[in-house]
Design a protein around this ligand. Structure first.
Ligand code: SF4
Length: 320
């Protein structure tokens, strides 16, 4: 358990069901271990410790197992906050792999929280990656904007490093705001500093029971993101993670209905996101329902035969 003081102060202590508290304090339902520890088959995509290659164009590097906050719904609960052997400590071999795989056009530096790395480590990755010609851009997976924005607005050196390499190869921040109350003045200050340097920010919200599963709350979040200049890139179905599934996961039907209702409050820019379910075979978009059947489409796929494949499944009364 780790909660930055900044995030702790967002909790409304008078509200026994405070959504912010649910996101950061251990919940009793975490003792229910139904679900899995590796819900998207990360072990089978691992090419060397800390380097995953699931989709042909994207490689993923687990740079650290540390996070500023240990989110209670985290899908990498199995390794965050511990001395995991899933972490990448092989810069040379990693760069060699990326150079040899010309189909890779972007790299996601994640973890853990990639901004938990020192500025020196961040620069070392950037220095090596910008030299790989076939990369179009470099992504950082970080929740610093959400849980500890001072990491960004309080560190001019970090901003300068990002700006310097963004001039050579585009940098994209992938973050995860899940509740409108997380869009604070401090978060906005950090967001503005990145945007002013031309660094794009994309958000991957997760639908979480008791947190953002109200159309007005989710709409406030998505509208708030577009207001501050963040692209609402994905809205995720919560994965069936051990310790998170029991208390956070809605059924597919509930998530679909939630998003459908939410969209009535959004403009076209706010509706750019896709409703996505992660799966060992890829990212699957939940498109709609017709005659009690749910329509899905592969958005990202591990196996080329599934590329853009649409499929239909019956949904039972529980929406599973
Ligand atoms: S910051 Fe990301 S990796 Fe770390 S605990 Fe939260 S969701 Fe998991």
């Amino acid at each position: 358990m780790s909660i930055p003081k900044y995030y702790y102060n967002l909790i409304d202590e008078n509200d026994p069901n405070d959504p912010i508290k649910k996101l950061c304090f251990p919940n009793a339902f975490e003792a229910d271990l139904m679900g899995d520890t590796d819900t998207s088959g990360e072990s089978s995509n691992t090419k060397m410790p800390g380097l995953q290659h699931k989709y042909s164009t994207t490689a993923l590097v687990l740079t650290t197992s540390a996070c500023f906050m240990y989110c209670r719904h985290c899908f990498r609960k199995r390794m965050v906050g511990s001395n995991s052997d899933e972490i990448n400590n092989r810069m040379k071999e990693t760069i060699k792999y990326l150079k040899e795989h010309e189909e890779v056009n972007n790299v996601l530096l994640t973890g853990g929280d990639s901004f938990c790395m020192s500025n020196e480590q961040i620069e070392n990755y950037l220095k090596n990656l910008v030299e790989i010609e076939h990369l179009d851009f470099i992504r950082f997976g970080t929740r610093a904007l959400v849980v500890f924005p001072e990491r960004i607005y309080g560190d001019q050196e970090l901003i300068d490093i990002l700006a310097k390499y963004n001039d050579k190869k585009k940098i994209v921040i992938i973050t995860q705001f899940n509740h409108p109350r997380e869009l604070t003045v401090e978060a906005k200050r950090a967001i503005d500093m990145l945007l002013k340097k031309g660094i794009a920010i994309n958000n991957q919200a997760v639908i979480l029971k008791g947190v953002n599963d109200d159309p007005k709350v989710l709409a406030e979040l998505l509208n708030g993101l577009t207001r501050v200049g963040i692209n609402p890139y994905y809205v995720f179905q919560c994965r069936p993670v051990k310790g998170a599934k029991a208390g956070f996961q809605k059924t597919l039907l509930e998530s679909y209905e939630l998003v459908k209702e939410t969209k009535q409050y959004l403009n076209g820019i706010g509706k750019r996101f896709k409703l996505i379910m992660s799966h060992v075979q890829g990212k699957i978009e939940i498109i709609g329902i017709e005659n009690n059947k749910m329509i899905f489409k592969f958005h990202q796929t591990k196996y080329i035969d599934n590329n853009e494949r649409i499929f239909i499944r019956e949904i039972d009364v529980n929406g599973k």
